[in-house]
Ligand binder design. Sequence first.
Ligand code: ZN
Ligand code: FE
Length: 266
Amino acid sequence: MPSSSVFSVHPVPAFQDNYLWVIHKDSFAAVVDPGDAKPVLDYLSASALRLKAIICTHHHADHVGGVEHLLDVLDLRGKIPVFGPATERIPVRSHALREGDRIVVPGIDLTLDVLDVPGHTAGHIAYFGQGMLFCGDTLFACGCGRLFEGTAAQMTASLAKLKRLPPETKVYCAHEYTMANIKFAEAVEPGNGDLKLRKAFCAAKRHRNLPTVPSTINLELATNPFLRWDQPAVQAAAAARLKRNIGANPAPALVFGAIREWKNDF
Ligand code: ZN
Ligand code: FE
């Protein structure tokens, strides 16, 4: 069983707080969600890497805005695959993907399975394989994406899929939102000791200007309020937010929805 250690996965910072992930093995690379071409081109040339594939999770400009420029500058238009969700508009997409599809990323021989994770956008997909999850704006470190096109019920189902992945799975999300997310998570669960540890660990990283990602499914299960709808403390916070009794066994989407709305105006 190959491990993810044969791949290098590098965060290329872009815009205010995006990470464009470059996965490479030997001299070949694939990029996930290239919202901007310039920083990716700089990284590829500085590291002497040849781009072999583009992988997209959803249609937002900060995730696909650099696709065409990247292909044109490298003269790769029509020559390498552009993977993306089947039901969204992705520039020059060559492979329209949905749940159940499996891709093999050329050059780096990385096999990834596609998951449908609607909620942030209606057709958002995630890629999982060899111990890695590329989840775009669905799951963040200690947070989750806003519901721009989907419902709380859809996002809850999407996050439930991610919760079932192996606990050691590395979570490569697309933004550095961690410290703000932790601040909110503390408001939801002031008594969560794992959260306190995570805050100290991530604050130290940010202090040195290092990314707080990737995290792991395990760490998210312990600290991310958007995955913890089954926890009494999170359910109590949701009930307080809703100003009503939601019973001892509330529906996950009810708890998640209340917490998500709270975060929107936090
Ligand atoms: Zn987005
Ligand atoms: Fe984004």
